[in-house]
Design a protein around this ligand. Sequence first.
Ligand code: RFL
Ligand code: PHB
Length: 389
Amino acid sequence: MRTQVGIIGAGPAGLLLAHLLHRRGIDSVVLESRSRAYIEGRIRAGLLEQGAVDTLREAGLADRLDREGLVHNGLDLLFDGTRHRIDLFGLTGKRVTIYGQQEAVKDMVAARIATGRPIFFEVADTAVHDITSDRPSITFTHEGTRHRIECDVIAGCDGFHGISRPAIPASAVRVYDRVYPFGWLGILSRSRPVSEELIYARHERGFALATMRSHTLARLYLQCAPDEDLSLWPDERIWEELHIRLSCGSELEEGPILQKGVTAMRSFVVEPMRHGRLFLAGDAAHIVPPTGAKGMNLAIGDVRVLDAALGAFFAKGDTSLMDRYSAICLDRIWKVQRFSWWMTQMLHVFDHADPFEHRIQLAELDYVVNSPAAATTLAENYVGLPYAV
Ligand code: RFL
Ligand code: PHB
């Protein structure tokens, strides 16, 4: 097989890249280790920045998003028993949209299949070769047969646990990694969301977040241990803890829990995001803690730059944007890392025995909700910093 861009991973990064390149007339092959049903059902992110929505709309991928997405103009911070609204739209003129990542993935898989161009699910033993040459290749097994794809460029969009990043020699990269001493226990419940907008709660027992997927599906998170044992969390205990941490006058409606999971939290960046003809995008290159809702948004930001860079390369042989790909992405990624870290440290309990931490967090939250300058800082980061490309 021969293609221009070999794309490893059919998450938001890989699927969006395949779609944008197709619109430019650039050929690609998408390889995914999981089944189509698995990636379309995997519950993950839910919140899109205004720029991410605009990107999907410009790409012709937003018909269902425009119909079903829930547009939010603000969010609430809950601490010391009181809810405070941050008026995102009033402070920035921009909004955010709730639309499940798996819904965006379904839309993009359907768009890919409609093009008739190749997407292989359930591939195994994916490996990249000759990445510093101008004819890199990918080998993989599909339905028992070993294949090789010769490419001009490889896009490593295979997430944090993929094979692309480890294919770069350790001596060629610098890694930044911070692991947090907590995780999130997340549930999806068939019940009315607590409020029309999101509630980020700082409570002495730990952080909680009330978000949603629709008017009848609530998505709720609790700070827990990074390796929390789910068997210790029967439904009653989850609801009891949510009632305590989200107690704010609004009613928390209980419902059947459809899905439960624990996510550990880390901040991670690899620099540079390119080695020879291998380009990393999305979670393959960076991880943020979910408190700022930035993971999927960052993946979309990277792909915008990579699409433009590959467009210039295949149209005119111009490598200048390819050469700046990593620097352009990292400039925004580090600002988003900072924001995600800041939201995380302001809202989580790191050390239950540290009263100083508690008072500092309350002072910071009080400052954020009462200072227009501080509220605007939160809002402009939350709705999404501008793109350079
Ligand atoms: P993905 O989505 O992980 O996709 C990578 C794909 O590559 C496949 N793969 C391989 N394929 C072929 N060969 C191999 N060797 C392969 N190895 C892996 C994988 O199966 C997978 O399909 O990465 P991508 O595209 O970079 O997208 C990143 C986002 O998925 C991620 O950042 C977000 O989900 C993070 N995130 C959130 N982001 C937001 O923007 N807003 C949010 O509200 C938000 N909330 C969250 C989140 C992530 C969470 N979890 C579970 C990690 C909430 C949670 C709980
Ligand atoms: C979600 O809807 O799953 C979600 C929203 C905001 C976050 C994290 C997750 O910060």
